[in-house]
Design a protein around this ligand. Structure first.
Ligand SMILES: NC(=O)C1=CN([C@@H]2O[C@H](COP(=O)(O)OP(=O)(O)OC[C@H]3O[C@@H](n4cnc5c(N)ncnc54)[C@H](O)[C@@H]3O)[C@@H](O)[C@H]2O)C=CC1
Ligand SMILES: CC(C)CCC[C@@H](C)[C@H]1CC[C@H]2C3=C(CC[C@]12C)[C@@]1(C)CCC(=O)C[C@@H]1CC3
Length: 345
């Protein structure tokens, strides 16, 4: 009689493992003795101990070989929020996540950890010390957020102890660190174009920025604590640095660290948000004729001018989470890692 080989608990797959967070996660998993199978639409590096599978996660047949003999799957793939492409977000984050779940069940995967986002509850207005029981945003701020909500619901609803398929979602916020393709590069590009002179609003709004290694730590704890008797089954967890900082202080520290001037002049929030909305609408209407991508999108302006910080008490209680790198050290290490983005480089 053919016996099915039980996948090793130290063999895992990282979907989206070529990305910023995914690669940091892969590196930490290797350090901890896991062997890793990466599935991504592109291959961005090579590492001993990692098997790469290149393909689109919407294609179940392409996914299955990457999940062979794997007991644990991390799903951290998503199109970049800046693409603002509704069709792409729906295809990858919603239909693609359905396919990932089906493929995991078919391949006998036992645990799945989704990288969701704390933004699933953000509607563009203040959130102070938000807990996981806040309702999902009824009016999500953009297509990215809208599809992250659907994605998280799909994954958490798929948790089924009887079938032996356990799921959990990690909701990070404002991830930063070495090799981030988004936050620091966009910030520096905006500064180089002379557009980082202004503070939107009064500059006192508190925000979470989370060093990438803390986000990785939260993912691995969730995976290792996820068992049929664990409170983590089918639940979302905020993972932050647990050190909310003024949005504009964080921006200034990064800018000054890289040799640029800190923003100084204040502009009223409502005015900038209104202009950003107008530009976004113009870009949408004129899209077939002219293509332009405004830097100050309504989403970025809302993130820059409101409080959005979250409690990670639930992760502390259920997962034993505690940040492993403080904000000050995280910022220093990030700034050091971008010599090519320094002023004058
Ligand atoms: N960067 C941030 O501040 C935050 C990110 N997140 C979430 O964290 C996750 C990772 O984000 P990052 O590492 O920042 O992004 P990233 O863009 O660096 O990585 C995403 C990876 O997904 C891959 N991918 C995209 N579409 C795919 C497809 N159809 N099939 C296979 N692979 C595909 C990309 O090639 C890329 O390597 C995402 O789910 C994102 O929504 C959540 C909160 C904050
Ligand atoms: C032009 C400036 C006003 C802002 C420059 C920095 C921004 C690019 C970033 C500040 C907060 C960041 C953020 C995200 C992307 C990059 C920022 C807008 C996310 C939208 C990434 C995906 C998420 O799930 C939530 C993040 C919130 C914070």
């Amino acid at each position: 009689m053919a016996t099915r080989v039980r996948p090793s608990s130290k063999r895992c797959a990282v979907i989206g493992g070529s990305g910023f967070l995914g690669r940091h996660l892969v590196e930490k998993l290797l350090d901890r003795g896991y062997s890793v199978s990466v599935f991504d639409i592109r291959q961005s590096y090579e590492l001993p101990g990692v098997t790469f599978h290149q393909g689109d996660l919407c294609d179940k047949q392409a996914l299955l070989p990457a999940l062979k003999d794997v007991s644990l799957v991390f799903h951290c793939a998503s199109p970049a929020p800046a693409s603002d492409d509704r069709g792409l977000f729906e295809r990858v984050n919603i239909q693609g996540t359905r396919t990932v779940i089906q493929a995991c069940i078919e391949a006998g995967v036992q645990k799945m950890v989704l990288t969701s986002s704390a933004s699933v509850v953000f509607e563009g207005t203040d959130i102070e010390n938000g807990r996981e029981d806040l309702p999902y945003a009824k009016k999500p701020i953009d297509f990215y957020t809208e599809t992250k909500i659907q994605q998280e619901k799909l994954v958490l609803e798929a948790c089924d102890k009887d079938k032996g398929f356990l799921t959990v979602a990690i909701r990070p916020h404002g991830i930063f660190g070495p090799r981030d393709p988004q936050l620091v590069p966009i910030l520096v590009d905006t500064a180089r174009r002379g557009k980082m002179k202004f503070i939107i609003g009064d500059g006192t709004n508190l925000v979470d920025f989370t060093f990438v290694e803390n986000v990785v730590h939260g993912h691995i704890l969730a995976a290792e604590r996820l068992r049929p008797d664990s409170p983590a089954c089918g639940k979302p967890y905020h993972i932050t640095n647990d050190e909310p900082i003024k949005f504009w202080d964080f921006m200034s520290e990064v800018l000054v660290g890289l040799g640029y001037a800190a923003p100084r002049y204040h502009l009223p929030y409502a005015l900038v948000y209104g202009l950003a909305l107008l530009l976004w609408l113009l870009a949408l209407i004129l899209h077939p004729l002219v293509s332009f991508k405004p830097t100050f999108t309504p989403m970025r302006v809302a993130l820059a001018g409101t409080h959005h910080y979250y409690s990670c008490d639930r992760a502390k209680e259920d997962l034993g989470y505690k940040p492993v790198v403080g904000l000050k050290e995280g910022i220093e290490r990030t700034v050091q890692s971008y010599p090519h983005l320094r002023q004058g480089a």
